[in-house]
Design a protein around this ligand. Structure first.
Ligand code: MGD
Ligand code: MGD
Ligand code: MO
Length: 824
């Protein structure tokens, strides 16, 4: 494998989910000292600032590390798992012995319980790079060994992945064929953005692109004088001109100064209106707008008749024909806090102008998360502009550098995962239920299924103690299996809840291929630093275990890492040359042979676009039928109705959630916490990097609250606060901001879970009343509810939770989350 030293390797590109960049390696060749963003990136992500120093950071796992009780007493359920109290609870045997034991344990689980007893769902983002993608590696390995219980759908769009194929189109199709930003910037007159267009999220896409068009597209839209209505509890979900991603890399990025700012203050501001909606009530607002369109004769009857089914059912519900409840603006004002007259005016304006209705993915990450997508689609259908330039409905603008970006016309190469003979599965966000309730039945997408009895959990490239809800319950769930294996480069909270921790390399330490569908570059990712300590590639780890099981040849097919990378590239090149993966009308690009590609900077590939979503369906709904049962947009679904689910009826419906400002729980927990994506990092990744570290307040994750709510509680800017409810508590650092709606607070996800343990953090805070298990760092998932969106999708509901907030005047424990448990 290629190793590099020296100070500067300027022509080497690398790819992270937050972009393409050049890493500048330190003199000793062990780490990255600084980075230069890709020269053609109009808006490089500030997350690049987390990269320098990430190879040798203290939080790296240096060598295979095993929980002493598992090593000495053998596998089995253990209430002490995840509750180790210091270095003496861990042992660090040599790689060979650890791999021997894992091979033996895999044999045991297969022989005694069967392949379905292994949970290989292993959800998570891992890192960019087509070959070393951690889940693909793990899944291929587990398939070679005999299979595993898998997870279905994602935390991102778990509700739309299930409901959208039944009413419109596959989530993936919707994303890939969303109207491109250039079309929107040129044609949209009124943008009604539920959840805003949170530019902070658009530095990211899976695989990483060198192109971030959202900030300039928004500027273009504003410059044209379009009206933008941002419906969101946070004003900055539609950033002011020049605010860009909302955070900056504290030490700057090399080469960044040459770049024009993402917006400039003297550009016209357009007409931006902030509608500070009560979280979780968007459906009411959407239905009330439909009410206005129907009662004032503004609904597009023709479009509803020719392109949709179910409009009558929606009308009956909205007009209250069956139950006498009119879903009109006055009704919606009581639920949403938005004045009725404004709602009515916006509906009229929307009917008169070229209007685009967008919903961010966040809206579905709450109870009944299926409904806002469906109701948003219904609103757009009543406006009748679906399929027109700059009009219609889109999901996920501003959620990622993906919807609205011109996609590459084909798939990139990836590691074949083989076949999984195991039928058992769990919806991804039901992981605690799966581990806690073997044999229990659950509903999903109209079916009834049973959770298998999981004896072994293997996680690579994900961090459930970052991403899952109700972490106290997840801790309990993680005590149930016999064996928990975690591969990660870093000592995440999930690694701390494992029996066997396998130190993986980071992408900077290995060769790979980089590419994202929203970008159009295939990048040779050459290793830039030495490997850290005893870290190994996930591939090598699985190959070594496969060898112990007599399955090495099946796993490796006789290739080493370089062999695989060349094989994947040449296969891709051949597929393109023979047009196997090219849609009609796209010219086949000619790719150089591997050696030439590998020595270069990367290849530009064709992109599709400009795209106007659903334009063909609009032009001819018979010839271009949708993949729904009726071939049309289903504003009501006979299929979903037939499932008879109280929490997901057969048409868009306002259903009161448990965690919202209008409910009974507010008596005890009056503040609605929005737990959204962090502006300063990707999820929990590189939380100890410079951009993320600079965002912390009093060493904790910042919690933003409205000055009035802070004053009522005697909380000042920079104070440490205790955020709590009946599930758990965390400390956080207060930031007062009028950009947050009154009654709402915002605490992003991703601060590494650091449960208070008097043995590690010292007894003082506990004596002052800090409950054990309180996250001293600020992870909101200690508070969130572990319930699905509904019995239809069973998706993540982590975005909203009711809490109370108070100033914490007791001793403040040090955050130990970034210190390996083998040290303290
Ligand atoms: N409350 C609340 N919770 C949420 C959300 C929310 O809105 N609110 N959002 C949800 C969403 S949308 C998502 S996608 C999830 C994200 O949750 P995750 O995807 O689980 O979060 P990450 O921090 O990206 O975890 C990736 C892990 O992979 C590791 N890794 C990186 N490269 C490699 C590698 O090469 N090999 C190995 N073995 N490991 C590697 C990283 O160190 C990191 O620990 O969070 C969800 N959780
Ligand atoms: N910097 C950064 N970017 C990211 C990520 C990251 O971790 N960091 N993660 C990536 C991933 S995996 C995903 S899936 C996407 C997620 O994309 P989203 O889910 O869209 O992102 P969020 O930031 O969770 O939420 C967007 C905004 O929705 C608003 N919102 C919350 N609840 C409501 C509501 O009830 N009604 C309305 N109208 N608005 C509401 C919040 O104020 C929030 O800022 O982001 C991606 N981009
Ligand atoms: Mo996500």
């Amino acid at each position: 494998m290629r190793r590099r030293g020296g100070t500067l390797v300027p022509m080497t590109s690398h790819v992270a989910h937050w972009g393409v960049f050049t890493p500048h390696v330190t003199d000793d060749g062990r780490d990255v000292g600084s980075v230069t963003p890709w020269r053609e990136d109009a808006a490089p992500s500030p997350l690049l600032g987390n990269v320098p120093g990430s190879v040798t950071r203290r939080s790296r796992v240096a060598r295979p590390t095993v929980r002493r009780a598992w090593w000495e007493d053998g596998p089995g359920p253990d209430p002490r798992r995840g509750r180790t109290s210091g270095p003496k609870d861990w042992v660090t045997p040599p790689w060979d012995e650890v791999l021997d034991r894992l091979a033996a344990d895999l044999r045991r689980v297969h022989a005694v319980h069967g392949a379905q007893a292994i949970y290989g769902g292993s959800y998570g983002w891992s890192s960019a790079g087509r070959f070393h993608h951690a889940q693909s590696q793990l899944h291929r390995f587990l398939n070679v060994v005999g299979g595993y219980t898998r997870s279905v759908n994602s935390y991102s769009t778990g509700a739309s992945e299930v409901i959208l194929p039944r009413v419109l189109a596959d989530e993936a199709v919707l994303t890939q064929t969303a109207s491109t930003w250039d079309v929107v910037a040129e044609h949209t007159e009124l943008l009604i953005a539920f959840g805003g267009v949170p530019v902070k999220n658009t530095g990211i896409d899976s695989g990483g692109s060198g192109d971030h068009p959202t900030p300039s597209a928004l500027d273009g839209l504003r410059a044209r004088g379009a009206r933008l209505v941002s419906v969101s509890p946070l004003r900055d979900d539609l950033p002011r001109v020049g605010d860009g991603y909302g955070v900056t890399a504290p030490h700057g990025l090399v080469g960044d100064s040459a770049r024009p700012a993402t917006g400039s203050a003297d550009r016209p501001r357009g007409d931006v209106t902030w509608w500070p909606i009560s979280p979780g009530t968007d459906v009411a607002l959407m239905l009330a707008m439909i009410h206005v369109l129907l009662t004032e004769g503004l609904a597009d009857r023709e479009f509803l008749t020719t392109h949709c089914v179910g409009a009558d059912e929606v009308a009956a519900y909205v007009l209250g024909r069956a139950d006498g409840v009119r879903r009109d603006p006055a009704w919606a004002e009581r639920l949403t806090g938005i004045p009725a007259a404004d709602i009515a005016d916006l509906a009229r304006e929307a009917a008169a102008r070229r209007t685009l209705v967008t919903v961010t993915w966040s809206l579905q990450r709450a109870r009944h998360g299926e409904q806002p997508i469906w109701a948003g689609l219904a609103l757009a259908a009543h406006l009748g502009q679906i399929g027109l330039q700059g009009g219609g409905f889109e999901s996920g603008y501003g959620s990622m550098n993906k919807p609205g970006c011109s996609p590459t016309a084909f798939r990139y190469p990836s590691l074949p995962q083989g076949r999984n003979p195991v039928r058992e599965f769990a919806p991804v966000a039901r992981v605690s239920d799966l581990l806690l309730h073997p044999g229990a039945e659950f509903s999903y997408d109209g079916g009834r299924f049973t959770y298998p009895d999981i004896r072994m959990v293997w996680w690579a490239g994900g961090n459930p103690f970052h991403h899952h809800q109700d972490l106290g319950r997840l801790r309990e769930a993680f005590t149930r299996p016999d064996t928990v294996v975690v591969s990660d480069p870093y000592w995440t909270a999930t690694a701390r809840h494992a029996d066997v921790v396998l130190p993986s390399t980071t992408s900077l330490e290995r060769d790979d291929l980089g590419g994202a569908r929203s970008g159009a570059r295939l990048t040779p990712m050459r290793a830039v630093t030495h490997r850290y300590a005893e870290a190994r590639d996930d591939y090598e780890i699985y190959a070594a275990i496969a060898a112990r099981l007599g399955l090495e040849e099946r796993f490796t097919e006789g290739r080493d890492v370089s062999g695989w990378i060349e094989h994947l590239y040449e296969g891709f090149r051949d597929d393109l040359a023979h047009r196997r993966i090219l849609p009609p009308g796209v010219e086949a690009p000619e790719l150089p042979p591997f050696a030439e590609f590998w020595a270069g900077e990367g290849l530009d590939l064709p992109r599709s676009g400009p795209i106007v979503s659903f334009s063909r369906f609009r032009a001819d709904p018979e010839r271009h039928r949708l993949a729904t049962p009726s071939g049309r947009i289903e504003l009501a679904s006979a299929t979903i109705a037939s499932f008879d689910l109280p929490d997901c009826p057969g048409r868009p419906t306002w259903l009161e959630p448990e965690e919202w400002l209008g409910g009974e729980r507010t008596a005890a927990f009056p503040v609605l916490l929005v737990a959204n994506q962090p502006a300063s990092r990707l999820h929990s990744q590189l939380d100890d990097g410079a951009t993320s570290a600079a965002s912390k307040v009093a060493g904790r994750e910042p919690i933003r609250l409205n000055p009035a709510d802070a004053a009522a509680r005697g909380i000042g800017d920079g104070d440490v606060v205790l955020v709590r409810n009946d599930r758990g508590a965390c400390l956080a650092g207060a930031v007062l901001s009028a950009d947050v709606r009154p009654g709402v607070a915002q605490l992003s996800t991703g601060a590494w879970f650091d449960p208070y343990d008097p043995r590690r953090h010292g007894p003082e805070a506990g004596e002052a009343g800090l409950p054990p298990g309180t996250c001293v760092h600020g992870n909101p998932n200690v508070l969130t509810a572990d319930v699905g969106t509904s019995a239809l999708a069973q998706a993540c509901t982590g975005q909203h939770v009711l809490v109370e907030i108070a100033r914490w005047d007791g001793p403040v424990p040090d955050v130990l989350a970034h210190v390996p448990p083998t040290e303290r």
